[in-house]
Design a protein around this ligand. Structure first.
Ligand code: AMP
Length: 201
């Protein structure tokens, strides 16, 4: 059985200004459904989040949303999701999404997406988990973040080897194969058990 059964996707609650972002979100939803990989996401119905989840559902995939009660109305929680886990706050949301997922994907988004992605990267840096993290650089969207990370490395704030903690794909088609390959490498290197839960950091 594949080591990647559920993928947590972080992406914008807005649609963004480039049509390629929405197309990519829908293509990822279809790919997840086709591969029998469950989607775990923030539960919203708007923007890229909504397009991703609806495309997953339309293609017969499984969708789990995780949303704090105070955002149910504001982010138009997707009633069609198979499971909508209502949590108390943002911290619980991120922990629940982490617990439910075997890997993480970041599509284009705003500060919420950035915060969620960077948190996973920091947890990985501290060896709190070894779940694969993939940045999908649609239309070069994440280039400024990748440049900032390179700058931090050059300036001595990011240690050698940090770039091994995350993957970068340019196309949606590459996303699931890259996550699978990373998970298989990890199992070969470390055995099947995952690292410590970040709950106990
Ligand atoms: P955005 O990329 O800003 O459109 O946000 C994408 C998603 O991230 C939305 O569902 C936000 O509610 C969520 N989000 C924003 N800030 C945080 C945070 N600090 N922790 C967890 N989720 C967040």
């Amino acid at each position: 059985m594949s080591a990647i059964r559920n993928v947590c996707v972080y992406c914008g609650s807005s649609a963004g200004s480039d049509a390629r972002f929405g197309d990519a979100a829908e293509a990822l939803g279809r790919a997840l459904a086709a591969e029998g990989v469950g989607l775990v996401y923030g539960g919203g119905g708007d923007g890229l989040m909504g397009r991703l989840a609806r495309a997953t559902l339309a293609a017969g995939g499984h969708v789990t949303g995780v949303i704090p009660s105070f955002l149910i109305r504001k982010e138009h929680a997707l009633t069609a999701a198979h499971e909508m886990i209502v949590v108390g706050d943002m911290h619980e949301r991120k922990q629940t999404m982490f617990d439910r997922a075997d890997a993480f994907i970041a599509l284009p988004g705003g500060v919420g997406t950035l915060e969620e992605l960077v948190e996973q990267m920091t947890w990985a840096q501290l060896d709190r988990h070894a779940k694969p993290i993939l940045i999908v650089n649609i239309g070069g969207f994440w280039r400024p973040l990748l440049a900032l990370l390179a700058h931090m490395h050059i300036e001595g704030f990011i240690r050698e080897g940090f770039d091994l903690r995350y993957l970068v794909a340019e196309r949606i088609e590459d996303a699931l194969p890259m996550l699978r390959a990373a998970a298989e490498r990890r199992m070969a290197d470390r055995g099947p058990q995952d690292a410590v839960s970040p709950r106990n950091m």
